[in-house]
Design a protein around this ligand. Structure first.
Ligand SMILES: *Cc1c(COP(=O)(O)O)cnc(C)c1O
Length: 388
């Protein structure tokens, strides 16, 4: 029913089912289980003959509202909510892969996803090879007989590279592989990977979907057929979303369209301003016309998002000095929050890489990443100006 409505309306309205109390806001169902009118009704619910709630690891009305709303935003047939972004990625892999299968993933994905693939899935005989996000031929070359799944994150963090999602989807499908896209940074407001040919979208709702640093959450989305095995894993393995967190995330979704636009406007303003500063040698932001993938970004995304990074002359010392003189920004690696965060990737998120690996990944000692929040742009500039 939501097809006829725009995203802003879906974000506020989709999925709500009022109880007999006729509450205006979404009801929060804090209950682990549900009672039945009779032994016969219990039997019918358990057998699945009569649909309805049995236990909140299987279904919960508040979680269901969140799932419906996010599905309406991503134009997905189905959404399954999870306890965190990582449990969404784990459940997709557990639902769709078997021992002996192979994953091709982009190099610049979230660090914990790399740990999951390399250290945990490998113990169940699922191996992963990593390729450059923006090199479609490299994806094809990495395919083996047992490759079942492509996994990418676009745009990448912190250097804002993107994949040509339609082109990578074609390669995946030619080899009977599924394409899974982590859409955390763009959110459905700026990018809808399913429409570009992806089979499954995953989210860390912890980031922009909550957007206010209050809770962890995640989701996987796709067709009913794609979600069936994912839901089966969740239902039995248990990393489901709590009703309370679903309620918080529902409130996050209501403002997601206007927040994303505001993040985008602030980031665009800050990126343009940074380009003009002394000692800034390079700015990485998809909304800048000199970004090498600007044309693809314009085609594929409806906004460049809130994440940017830049290189400062003077290496680590200069970068740390700039970070330490800020008064407003939070020094943390978290992102997608209404509060602006500032990070030195070389000594935090990418510190486990060797200097050679960092150089290969384009993470220099003078690189600074900012997740641009919702403070006034003028104040963000004021916060940085003393560091150049
Ligand atoms: C944070 C993040 C995750 C993991 O999500 P959690 O909610 O922390 O489990 C996955 N992918 C990306 C791109 C992220 O930024």
């Amino acid at each position: 029913m939501w097809d006829e409505f725009e995203l802003a309306s879906r974000a506020v309205r989709a999925g709500q089912v009022r109880s007999q109390e006729n509450e205006h806001s979404e009801a929060l169902y804090m209950t682990s289980s549900y009672v039945f009118g009779s032994a016969a009704e219990a039997a019918a619910r358990f057998s699945g003959d009569v649909p309805g709630n049995v236990y909140s690891r299987f279904t919960n009305p508040t979680v269901n509202t969140f799932q419906q709303r996010l599905a309406a935003l991503e134009n997905a047939e189905q959404c399954v909510a999870t306890a965190s972004g990582m449990s969404a990625i784990l459940s997709v892999c557990m639902g769709h892969l078997n021992a002996g299968d192979h994953i091709v993933a982009s190099q610049s994905i979230f660090g914990t996803t790399v740990v999951l693939f390399e250290k945990i899935l490998s113990r169940f005989d699922i191996q992963t090879d990593f390729v450059a996000l923006d090199d479609t031929d490299a994806w094809e070359k990495a395919v083996k007989n047992n490759t079942k799944l492509f996994f990418l994150e676009s745009p990448s963090n912190p250097l804002c590279q993107i994949a040509d999602i339609s082109a990578v989807a074609k390669v995946a499908h030619k080899h009977d592989c599924l394409l899974v896209v982590d859409n955390c940074f763009s959110t459905p407001i700026f990018q809808q990977p399913l429409a570009l040919g992806a089979d499954i979208v995953v989210h860390s709702a912890t980031k922009y979907i909550d957007g206010q640093g209050r809770t962890l959450g995640g989701a996987a989305l796709g067709s009913e057929k794609m979600m069936e095995p994912v839901y089966a894993v969740l239902r039995s393995a248990g990393p489901t979303l709590s009703a309370f967190n679903a309620w918080v995330l529902l409130k996050g979704l209501e403002t997601l369209p206007i927040r994303m636009q505001a993040h985008n406007n602030n980031a665009q303003g800050l990126a343009t301003w940074l380009q003009a500063q002394d000692n800034v040698t390079k700015v990485y932001y998809l909304g800048l016309e000199d970004h090498p993938q600007y044309a693809l970004a314009q085609r594929q995304q409806r906004g460049a998002g809130g994440l940017l990074s830049f290189e400062l002359k003077g290496g680590k010392e200069a970068a740390w000095r700039l970070i330490d003189q800020t008064r407003l920004m939070s020094i943390t690696a978290n992102l997608g929050d209404s509060k602006t965060t500032i990070t030195h990737p070389a000594t935090t998120t990418h510190s486990r890489l060797s200097p050679e690996q960092r150089a290969a990944a384009g993470i220099s000692d003078g690189l600074i990443r900012i997740s641009v929040g919702l403070e006034a742009l003028a104040d963000l500039k004021k916060d940085l100006i003393g560091g150049f």
